[in-house]
Write a protein that binds this ligand. Structure first.
Ligand SMILES: Cc1ncc(COP(=O)(O)O)c(C=O)c1O
Length: 413
């Protein structure tokens, strides 16, 4: 199949695509929820399956011409089940948020109670923040992290669960820098008769590589995204036990979605195959080594990290004693080609639009092949910029060094 170059069809869009490629190539991307998908994943996402409607599930479609869509979805399901040791997998959720909402639809009645992590302490919008669909239909109660340690206090969470008697407990976070052991969460859920949902959107790649504890034996449902540490296409998926399979499938389609994105499901199948390779395990190990190297460098330069470090792919830097907000820090770092996002720290006194923290992570830099030496260098640059936020000359000099480093580690060879 010969595709016409986009430049010939739509030069205006092509120009933006080229600029975005240059931006990604020439900046250091430390947003922990982003990554660089392989060329096979990119190509498959723009493949011929873009054209196909396939409402339903393999063997039970509402459209004709689905034999090959069935084949693709069955391959993807088989691979997901094998990779995660799960009894059932649904690969149709268009996003991590969609996967969570489908689980609520499957397991809850309107008015049921959800116990989840507060957004400002590391949770996610889809766990029931005001203004979201789950907040409209369910009663949301939030737990937080311990003020002193920055970690989950399981005794407190157990007490809260006993008092609130939720129907669903969510474990999982957007900005929690420590390992999560799932057995105690299962015990708490059992003590109060609640379902346990493990939202592994961020750390699913670490779980696939077995460098993080596994939620699959403990949680009733596990939700995830493919685009973060798993390095696949944008999209979500759900793993669950056999007993919940048909409830989950019905909640995804027709409960909360229409036709599946077959091109994305094909790309999900590829990312599962990639994650089964020994090289992916090495990659995931290196993400953590790099994160710890960057975290240690920053702590040596006087930065305070929530929980005092990291044992996954991200860290949360507390800037409250540094005379710079998270917003300003992210802006000045981007001027030097270092891309991070601002993030609330637990008990932040500033609003989410300003914040007292930033949340750097290493999945994308590790995909580029960077290791500890590069992390130490990047940590030094971050420190210099944040300690001298008004020094534009310094930023410009660092920007030139950032570009040079980026050229040595191309995102697509
Ligand atoms: C913990 C968690 N759950 C769910 C999501 C939602 O994923 P999506 O953006 O694909 O809806 C995210 C995204 O950052 C997340 O961090």
């Amino acid at each position: 199949m010969k595709l016409k170059p986009i430049a010939q069809v739509d030069p205006q869009i092509d120009e933006v695509l080229q600029k975005e490629l240059n931006r990604q190539q020439n900046t250091l991307m430390l947003i922990p929820s982003e990554n660089y998908a392989s060329s096979a994943v990119l190509e498959t996402q723009s493949s011929i399956f873009t054209n196909k409607y396939a409402e339903g599930y393999p063997g039970k479609r509402y459209y004709q011409g689905c034999t090959l869509a069935d084949e693709i979805e069955e391959i993807a399901i088989t691979r997901a089940k094998k990779l995660f040791g799960a009894e059932h997998a649904n690969l149709q959720p268009h996003s991590g948020t969609g996967a969570n909402i489908a689980c609520y639809q499957a397991l809850l009645q309107p008015g049921d109670k959800i116990l989840s992590l507060d957004l400002t302490q590391g949770g996610h919008l889809s766990h029931g923040k005001e203004g979201t669909l789950p907040h409209t239909y369910y009663r949301i109660v939030n737990y937080g992290v311990d003020k002193k340690s920055g970690r989950f206090d399981l005794d407190k969470i157990r007490k809260m669960a006993k008092k609130e008697r939720p129907r669903l407990i969510i474990v999982g976070a957007s900005s929690y820098p420590r390992k999560i052991e799932f057995k105690p969460w299962r015990e708490i859920a059992d003590e109060v008769g609640a379902y346990l949902l493990a939202d592994m959107a961020h750390i699913i790649g670490l779980i696939a590589a077995k460098v993080h504890p596994d939620p699959v034996p403990y949680a009733d449902v596990v939700t995830a995204t493919c685009q973060k540490t798993l390095r696949g296409p944008r999209g979500g998926f759900i793993l669950c036990k056999k007993e919940l399979a048909s409830k989950i499938d019905r909640a995804v389609f027709p409960g909360t979605q229409g036709g599946p994105f077959m091109h994305t499901i094909a790309a999900k199948a590829i990312c599962f195959k990639e994650a089964m390779q020994p090289s992916f395990k090495e990659y995931a190990k290196q993400i953590i080594i790099n994160c710890q190297s960057l975290a240690n460098t920053l702590m040596e330069k006087g930065f305070k990290l929530i929980t005092g470090g990291s044992d996954n792919h991200l860290m949360l830097i507390d800037l409250s004693s540094q005379k710079i907000t998270g917003k300003k820090a992210a802006l000045v770092l981007e001027e030097a080609g270092i891309v991070v996002n601002k993030n609330c720290i637990p008990f932040d006194v500033l609003p989410p639009s300003i914040t007292s923290g930033i949340r750097p992570g290493t999945p994308a830099l590790t995909t580029r092949g960077m290791k500890e030496d590069e992390m130490k260098l990047i940590g030094k640059w971050i420190s210099e910029i944040l300690h001298n936020p008004n020094n534009k000359k310094m930023r410009d000099e660092i920007k030139a060094k950032v570009e040079k480093l980026c050229h040595s580690f191309p995102i697509y060879k």
